[in-house]
Design a protein around this ligand. Structure first.
Ligand code: SR1
Ligand code: MG
Length: 419
């Protein structure tokens, strides 16, 4: 498909003919495009996603739509977001090798990315709802977050290269605006696109009446919007991770933007906590052990983040920040500075975590962990634990020294009868 052809959404009927001459696609699927099988699998909020299978393999074709799919064409969204997603995939592939799908082809005009079909991987959120374990998950997540955070920052990059890249991503304004409102603002008032389980009304009213909480969240929004420490994935939840029983990959960085190093870590931790709190509705057998396993994933991801960050600090600190010239070359140990930074990242991650726990129950785009629970009373009792723990994380993150404290807080809320 030529870059000169005007944008047109693909369909299962037109895809093979439109992509049938593209060498990077043909080389994966085989030349006879009349034999390709095309299946639209997009169940996300924004895009078209197809699995295309030919005689010699399969690929994923992802195409942006000019509107928010979840809402419809009343909410337009620029096609150029596919360009930023492609930029993010390229950078993540370099910074965290083997952790994201390989890109085979990008078409700017068609807002289309052809990439590796991860198989037999499935969306991690579905595995968590089914009670399936993934070997090495915590370590994978922690290392991915540490490598992308560190290597995308001026701890590693030159000032000029990093600032040029901030410039590249600065054209992407609508996508951050979605997060700014849906994540940080809408949950805390009666916004138009919000919805929540009405049995949660008293809990929600108390959150929305808490001015200290709203101020703290707005302070975190200020960091999110103004701090350009590193290139974020921007939407790292369990629907943005695909896993087998022993391997994981991160997908869908269409919300990539420059932001604070703590953001991705906080978001993904929130999604593990929501998986944890929702479990009593998903299983009776193996409940205790499975919940413990999720907590161990949280613990391992936070520990792995720290240990990988420290390793990179020691081996790849080649950027403008904390240069060896100021520390090691003067005979001064820089590790206390690294520890201080890690403490700050952990504190902010816990606050972002609490905010994500709120938004997934209160604003647009709830998560399936709770949404698939049919009994609204059961669902409300589990969501209430999640909402209240989220508030404590936002307000008291500075009293939470490490993952052990986080895990015992989660165990405590998991026993509470709030409603
Ligand atoms: C309108 S987009 C809603 C949500 O979907 C994405 O996955 C992001 O989480 C976004 O906030
Ligand atoms: Mg997504």
């Amino acid at each position: 498909m030529s870059n000169r052809v005007a944008y047109e959404p693909l369909t299962p009927e037109t895809l093979a003919e439109r992509l049938g001459q593209l060498e990077p696609v043909v080389s994966h699927l085989g030349p006879d495009y009349s034999q390709w099988q095309v299946q639209e699998i997009g169940d996300g909020n924004l895009n078209l996603v197809f699995i295309v299978t030919g005689s010699t393999g399969s690929v994923i074709v992802k195409q942006a739509l000019p509107y928010v799919r979840l809402v419809g064409d009343s909410w337009p969204l620029p096609l150029y977001r596919a360009y930023y997603e492609n930029c993010a995939l390229t950078r993540q592939a370099n910074r965290s090798h083997g952790c994201v799908p390989e890109v085979f082809h990008f078409d700017d005009r068609q807002a289309l990315i052809v990439m590796e079909h991860l198989t037999p991987h499935v969306i991690l959120r579905n595995k968590l709802i089914m009670g399936e374990r993934v070997e090495g998950l915590g370590r994978f997540v922690g290392e991915f977050c540490a490598r992308t955070a560190f290597r995308g920052s001026e701890l590693c990059m030159s000032s000029a290269a990093k600032k040029a890249d901030v410039g590249v991503f600065s054209g992407n304004v609508e996508i951050p605006a979605i997060t700014e409102s849906l994540v940080f603002t809408d949950p805390y008032f009666n916004a138009e696109m919000n919805s929540h389980n009405s049995l949660l009304d008293p809990v929600v009213a108390s959150l929305r009446a808490n001015v200290e909480l709203k101020c703290r969240v707005q302070r975190m929004l200020m960091k999110f919007a103004s701090n350009t420490e590193t290139l974020l994935h921007g939407d790292l939840h369990s629907g943005s991770i695909m896993s087998t029983d022993r391997e994981s990959k991160v997908i869908d960085p269409e919300f990539a933007q420059y932001g604070p190093m703590s953001f991705d870590l906080g978001m993904v931790t929130a999604n593990f906590l929501m998986a944890y709190f929702s479990q009593p509705a998903h299983r009776a057998e193996d409940l205790v052990d499975y919940q413990q396993w999720i907590l161990s994933v949280i613990g391992e991801s936070l520990q792995s983040f720290r240990s990988e960050f420290r390793r990179l600090w020691g081996t790849e600190r080649t950027g403008m920040l904390f240069p060896a010239a100021l520390f090691e070359h003067q005979g001064h140990d820089s590790s206390p500075a690294c520890e201080q930074l890690l403490e700050e990242i952990n504190r902010d991650a816990m606050r972002f975590c609490g905010i994500e726990m709120h938004r997934r129950c209160l604003s647009l785009a709830h998560n399936a962990d709770f949404e698939v629970i049919e009994d609204v009373e059961v669902r409300a009792s589990l969501e209430a634990r999640n909402l209240e723990m989220g508030a404590q994380l936002i307000l008291e993150a500075d009293r939470l020294p490490d993952e052990f404290a986080l895990i015992s807080m989660a165990e405590d809320y998991n026993q509470r009868n709030i409603l």
